[in-house]
Design a protein around this ligand. Sequence first.
Ligand code: SAM
Length: 337
Amino acid sequence: MKKYSDRRLSSRDLEPVQQFLNMASYWMSFTIHSAVKIGILREILRGKGKIADLATSLRCNPFSLKLLLDALCSIEVLTHSHGYYGLGPKAPRSEEQLRYIDYCLQFDRYRLSAWESLHESVRKNKPAVRSIYKTKSRMRTILLRRLHEEASMKGHLIAAALTRKCQLMNWRKMLDLGGGTGAYSSILCSQNPRLESTLFDLPQILALARRENLLQSLDRRILIKEGDYLRDDYGDGYDAVFLSNVMHQETPESIRAIFSKCYSSLSPSGMLLIHDRTLNDDGISPSGVVFFSLYMLLTSGARCYQRKEVTNLLHKAGFVRTRWVIKNSLLCAHKPA
Ligand SMILES: C[S@@+](CC[C@H](N)C(=O)[O-])C[C@H]1O[C@@H](n2cnc3c(N)ncnc32)[C@H](O)[C@@H]1O
């Protein structure tokens, strides 16, 4: 006969179990993915809020659609009042934000099976999949579009911070290393009419950006340089090197090599600008960056770095006067005069 514990569990004992299971659950994630796939948020953003109208335009069964909408209300993505659904406090608020979210979630679904191998990656310290840049997957296009949208949303904030704190208006020549479609180059050059940017990226990614009509040229002030930043020469005489979202995909050894090449390519007093997701020195915050770091282990064998690790690597490469222009996101370092 099976023996059961005779200890009575109170609801207090069970609370942490339920909370733990809630955290481990993917039900909420899939509910949100489905809402975006169906187009619910876009439809409500455009003003449709009655269940019957929503069911018709989204081609859904009204009863099951209501179940999904109510679930979204319970997590404050939607609100419900007097028979109308509206956007809740946790919903995106513009078409632009929705477009970006759509690309992010499409890419997340593509990476879903990799997450099932996280335990293997942790055991072996190896990525579960090949780097997206080395494949011919059509998801490269989604990734490129996602990065392009992100840059279009954040670029003006970065340009404003660089104008105030790093004399963007005095720059004449910059290098956008691993610059993707050149969206950041384009925004920075549009702020400073005398600036010319060299967009450096892998030939296959630049070709894809061109095919997808995403490659920026801004009156030919963006010069294209195909290459591998670990092997090829960057050119020289730059006032600034912009290194955006590159560090987190590289190992410390590769970063050392990249920093040293950036240093050589800059003019005296030139600046290296690092735009990336950076961890606090406790290593466990901000939470979004901690999880992104696990995602990088899974997909490229790399990780995010702590603030002090980045500054140490910069000082070792010869850079001085490092300072945060935007907290945990944009760091400026100088080559001595
Ligand atoms: C995460 S994306 C960042 C793109 C852009 N800088 C941004 O912030 O949106 C990383 C970029 O690095 C490029 N890249 C990856 N490995 C590279 C290499 N070995 N040489 C040159 N570019 C590389 C990729 O093609 C991609 O465009």
